[in-house]
Design a binder for this molecule. Sequence first.
Ligand code: NAD
Length: 443
Amino acid sequence: MVPNLRDDAATQAVDAAANALPAWRARTGKERARALRHWHEMMLAHADDLARLMTAEQGKPLAEAQGEVVYAASFLEWFAEEAKRVRGELLTPHLADKRLAVLRQPVGVVGAVTPWNFPLAMITRKVGPALAAGCTVVLKPSELTPLSALALAVLGEEAGIPAGVFNVVTGDAAAIGAVLTGDPRVAKFTFTGSTAVGKMLAAACMGTVKRVSLELGGNAPFIVFDDADLDAAVEGAIASKFRNTGQTCVCANRLLVQSGIYDRFAHALADRVKAMVVGAGLEGRTDQGPLIDARAVAKSRAHVDDAVARGAEVLTGGSALDRPGHFFAPTVLRDVRADALLCREETFGPVAGLVRFETEAEALGIANGTRAGLAAYFFTSNADRSVRMAEALEYGMVGQNTGLISTEVAPFGGIKDSGLGREGSHLGMDDYLHHKLVCAHVR
Ligand code: NAD
């Protein structure tokens, strides 16, 4: 049983976070680092249990869940290290009798809302830097994956994170969200999820002028040029499109393939996809688990039907599986038009739609013709083209000859409608720290 909590519990959690703030903020970075590092070790010590729990509630294949536990824990380790490296600045004064210091201080209580597709990593990517900076957190995890969040909190408690520093409130999204976006004691709001909900919650935060960071939806182009290494491009497409059964914000959504390599790429990709094993995440060798719910299955179906109605051909898959659970056959479609629904919206399912193009300019035009700006990928062996593409793609992250770009070491985030701020890397702490100027008069 998961508690179905509402606004009163969320307010109590904000009370707890506000009460815990002074003592947590007063610890040295090194002390906070020790607690975070211990939490990281606890996650790894319980990796198998965390992975099984995640697969049971979210559905991803166990091997992917095991990978996510390690990835999620890496944010606690990384930000444990960053906790010791927060630096202010002394500036050259503008007048002889002045001294200028810039302090970096924790922003305060943080409200966080996270999605179901990465039930642990989307939490530690926020909580790691927040706690490292000296902030306290109230988290509302997705109602679809509350158990992973609660297990993480128990491990945090056992690792020595003090009471009130990390609080989890499960239950009514709108009621809890209203507290996290409206309570003036919450200094910062951080959200990962869909663009529509993120925009609405960000607007609500402006009533109390909170700092806001948003990690929202994508519509990633995956561009394969004639001069690409075919095998690498196919492997990149498999990794980018089909990880987590196509339910990642950075997953390839539109595969733009140049004419000269189009047929070879289409057949090689379809052959790889046909060989995928679809099944429950805890069953033997599963490559593709179920989708999260019936709505997700309906969306994949609608995107396939729309593409086919516009002239696309199904090379493999194309429909839901006739078995209990929310399974959709991994799908490859060729001759998809660039104006198809699946090119305009995030599919969030295992549907790879191939769009043909002739020139680099045409590919760039299609790739950038969206309000989404999270991740983009291109495959080419031409060095000059690589520079041009990396610079011209209007995205926060670009994969060059690779379909996997996420690591705690590098900044993660989008531009345009895909978000505000960066998570991970040396930049990940910025959103949780104020700059404070101290301008001193010296006689
Ligand atoms: P969602 O927006 O439906 O839900 C995200 C979170 O918001 C959940 O916790 C949900 O309970 C909460 N929520 C929904 N309505 C709310 C409300 N009125 N008030 C307060 N909270 C509310 O998204 P989802 O379906 O859980 O996740 C999938 C989406 O997340 C996709 O669009 C995906 O691209 C995006 N995503 C983005 C990133 C990124 O880093 N950019 C990472 C993962 C997922």
